[in-house]
Every structure is written in structure tokens, then in C-alpha cells.
Design a protein around this ligand. Sequence first.
Ligand code: NI
Length: 389
Amino acid sequence: MADPILVEPELNQYMIAQFKQFHQHPELCSQEQWTSKTITAELKRLGIPISSYPIKSGVIAEIGQSTAGPIIALRADIDALPLQEETDLSYQSKIPGVAHACGHDFHIAALLGAAKLLKDQEGQLSGRVRLIFEPGEERHVGAKEMIQAGVLKGVSAISGIHNMPTIPVGTVGMKVGKLMASNDNFDVTITGVGSHAAMPQTGRDPIVATANIIMTLQTIVSRNISPSDRLVLTIGAIRGGQTNNVIPETAGFKGTIRTFSAADRALAKKRFYEIVDSTAKAYGQTAAITWDEGPAPVDNSKIMTDLIAEEAHKFMTVIPAIPSNADDDFAEYEQLVPGCYAFMGSKGQANLHHPDFIANPDGLQYAAKFHEQAALTLLNYFNQKGKVD
Ligand code: NI
């Protein structure tokens, strides 16, 4: 049974207050100026120096005086979503149309709490802990920007959490290997020839072509991917035409593909292009495809995950994580250094990305303790064993 008091009550109160403050001031992807300024001020107040990197938003800081030992990175994403909050919280979003509906406010507060825990034992750290407050996760640009800026330089391993409203407070979901899906987004425009709706023979109808393409794309899942594999192809928006009696010149659609295997990801993309191009051609039309390649699957290192799980087990309940078809650009870091991403219980109200989502702040102390213990465990491991591939 987990101990209900893991950190000093003052620290717990501090994290809850920070959580509420960030909840009230959500900022969208790559616009996290207030958030970054506030995190910077809090870290400085804790006596933690800010590291200088060429980044537009987000904050990097480091704890530890040893320049010889390993560096372990802890990451929290900090951006919000373009949603109108529909909770009855006393600390609702003050920004119309923007809400922390993915609980990244929880992530900021937990990492600030962990920063305090680690700062308090800085003299005993056998290396350094690099805190990455990452902007722009929701459109999967943040991790790439951070990596390009050099934040992984010298880092031996990385750990992070996502709050999970389907898991009770005091429980963490962990899994070795693939935890979250890859994410590719597409936008297709089919161009035909517009005409009078009553004289279709004088045009080339892009709506009929688009409808056919959308249906045929579903055969990627049903006919190309092995039934034992997992792949989602969703069209989330279609467009074309404005009125009853006109065949438009263009039509289009956009959507996403999620999967857990590099081979399936490549196959799905190849079949997508073949189906769209050849079906458009069959209708005497052309297709323009915009392909936005998002993160690979979140893929947890066995060694890092097992080590952290063993430690977490001492102060909270560890359960096997159920893989999620959502993506997270934490995967970008894990492509370069071994890592562990975990689902931290935050059972509150509604699910992630819902307007009435609430992350339960009672989970903050577990999240902060988890970060702290992950950092200490990995520092210890790399001190003893050296770098792992
Ligand atoms: Ni999120």
C-alpha cells in the first residue's frame, strides 16, 4: 500500500498552488512565453540556475555540481490545447478558447516539485539532473527544437511522465518497449473540373473522387496490415463544395495514421500515396498530398524502465501500462538516448483532451517523487555501469 504522504506538506501545497496557477494561464504550442517566464522565476527562487540554449520558449535548468558524473534528463511538456474549458473549477482557464486539457500544468508543477527535492540534496548527487520544460508538444515540434538546441548533449538517459486520468492517484502505469503510437498527419486536395451540378459530364467531380479515395484508404488497415498488428487510419475532416447546384473544382480531406511499428508505418504511407494518386488519376484528376511526419512510437528502454519500476514500487503501486494510440514527442528523445516514459495516475474527471478534463492534484506528490527517484536511480546506474546503448 502506498504511503499517502510522500513529500513535505509545504512542498505538496507549493505544487498544488503552482498547478492551479499554470492551469489558469494556458498557452498554445510554441507561444509559452508567460509559462516559460514563470517557470524560470520559480526555478531561480529555488536557487536553480537556468541553462542557456537557443530556444524561443521552454526552460532548461540543471541541478548538481559534479561535472564528472552522468547527466540524467527529466522532461515535462508545458503547452495547452485550443479548447474552451468546461469545468466548474475555481481555478479555471482565464484564457478564452485555451485550456490545459492534457494536464501539462500537472507536469510543470510535478517537475518543479522534483526540482525542489533534488536541489535539497544537490551536494550528494553523483552527477547532474537536467530539467527540460518542453514547449510545443501538442504539435510535436517541441522535442525536435530542444534536441536541435543541444539539450541532450552529455545526457545518458531521460525519464518523463504523462498524467493519466484512467489510472488512480498513487498508481503508475509502466511498460517496456512500445508505449505510445507513431503519428503521421496528412492533408489531401483533389483537383478536378468544376461544373453545373446538372451537367456533370462537362466537369470532373472531385467530390465523387474524394469519397472513393476515403473509402479505399480503409483497405490499408483491413487488407495491407497484418490482423495481428495495430494501426489506425482516421479521416478527421473533409471539405468540398458550397451549394446544391455546383460541382466544385476541388475537394479534400485530412486525418492521421497511428501505429506501433516502423514497417507498418512505412507500408501505410506507401499504400496511402498509391491509393490517393492512382484513384485521383482514374477519375482524370490530380492529388496534392501534404505529409506531416510526427513522432515515432514512444519506445521505452528495458533497463531504464525496469530500474525505475523497481524503485517506484517502493512508494506507489506499479501496474502494467496499456499502450496508447495517442502519440508523444518524448519519442524523439528516446530515439537518441535510452528512456522511460510512464503514465502517472491522475484520476480526476473526464479524459485527456476533453473540455471538462481535470487532473487530480493529489497525484502531484507521487509524480514529483517518481521524477526524483527516477533521476537518482539512473544516476546511480550510470555511475556504476557506464553508458548503455
Ligand atoms: Ni499531453
